[in-house]
Design a protein around this ligand. Structure first.
Ligand SMILES: [Zn+2]
Length: 118
């Protein structure tokens, strides 16, 4: 359960952000999970829900972006979306390209409600 460890880390970051803001409740967490990051968004959402139960973060909303895979050609710098596993450049046919997107796993934002007695 790879996602559970990631969920734990995300909740810890949200908790730290909440403490920094003076204890405001975390209402929303933005996540960017690339298509080939190896992380299943549903499993991650489930992990966050399970781990935040009975904590102040229970019921936190998640906003997940799911960027697709993109490659950049090593020869002509053309950027393209590969089809399946074929990563040859459609512009020049060069078979070598590097992955520039789709592997992301980032927390994009943590939205915190104002503390009750600010
Ligand atoms: Zn090329």
């Amino acid at each position: 359960m790879h996602e559970l460890a990631i969920a734990q880390e995300i909740l810890e970051r949200a908790q730290a952000a909440s403490e920094k803001s003076g204890g405001g409740r975390v209402v929303r967490i933005g996540l960017r999970i690339g298509e080939i990051s190896g992380v299943e968004p549903d499993a991650l959402a489930f992990g966050i829900e399970a781990l935040s139960q009975d904590t102040p973060m229970a019921g936190v909303a998640l906003e997940v972006e799911r960027p697709g895979r993109r490659q950049r050609c090593a020869m002509c710098s053309n950027e393209f979306v590969p089809e399946g596993l074929a990563v040859a450049c459609p512009a020049c046919g060069n078979p070598q390209s590097e992955c520039i997107a789709g592997k992301e796993l980032d927390v994009t934002f943590i939205e915190i409600e104002d503390p009750p007695c600010a």
